[in-house]
Design a protein around this ligand. Structure first.
Ligand code: BTN
Length: 231
């Protein structure tokens, strides 16, 4: 499924590289550094040497595609756990270790499918003070070969996406819920307007169920933070 690999020393963004070219579904683009790495909502993604930055192109053949970022996040959290790092999933697109972000995921829809971008903090020794991030090295003191990390992740994505394609989000819902950050805690979701409520559940389609002052509310997208913490 992920059949072609291009690995660069430096790009503006692996995401933009894939979006600006007519490359086949299954292409994976990696860069050692990105000068304009992008996160969600146009945010900057620090992409210095030591991290693993890649994007890949998937076709549209997923019935629950809204939950694709969550399912990719689940695969990444599995990888972290296999490496001995207890990880949590922050709806919708992040993986956290020790309360800090270790992986960011950006899924963008294009005509022929989805461009999925993944930034994994692997060997970085630190981040600017305003960035609440951690690398695998900072978490456990182990430097890793990024080629090995990438190949393990691609295999994990292949297996996970095969199940997602055939069984849909239902196959992952309980697993993701069991490692969901902020469950039963008071959160704010910055959607069209900020919504405050207790995070009660993950719905069948991957949306969040919040208990608000006005009753139960479904949230389909937005930025989630713990109320009063702002991470
Ligand atoms: C986020 O946390 O907001 C998502 C971050 C996604 C970063 C990855 S790094 C590889 C790919 N190229 C980009 O410019 N962004 C994604």
């Amino acid at each position: 499924m992920l059949d072609y690999l291009l690995w660069f020393e430096e790009l503006t963004s692996t995401q933009d590289f894939l979006k600006e070219r007519e490359l086949p579904v299954g292409t994976v683009v990696v860069s050692n550094r990105q000068t304009k790495g992008r996160g969600r909502h146009g945010r900057f993604w620090h992409s210095q040497e030591g991290g693993l930055y890649f994007s890949f192109l998937l076709d549209t053949d997923y019935r629950d595609s809204m939950s694709l970022p969550l399912v990719l996040g689940y695969a990444l959290s599995e990888y972290m756990r296999a490496q001995g790092l207890v990880s949590a999933i922050k709806w919708t697109n992040d993986v956290f270790v020790k309360g800090k972000k270790i992986v960011g995921i950006l899924v963008e829809r294009i005509k022929k499918g989805f461009v999925c971008g993944v930034g994994v903090n692997v060997n970085q020794e630190g981040f600017p003070p305003d960035v609440q991030a951690i690398s695998m090295f900072m978490a456990d003191g182990v430097k890793r070969d990024r080629v090995e990390v990438l190949l393990s992740l691609l295999q994990l994505f292949e297996d996970t996406l095969k199940t997602f394609r055939s069984e849909g989000f239902v196959a992952f819902r309980e697993l993701i819920k069991s490692r969901l950050l902020f469950l039963d805690q008071e959160v704010i979701v910055y959607a069209e307007k900020p919504v405050v409520g207790v995070l009660k559940d993950l719905a069948q389609d991957g949306s969040l169920i919040l208990l608000t002052a006005e009753g139960e509310l479904r949230v389909f997208s937005g930025d989630l933070t713990l109320r009063g913490l702002g991470i």
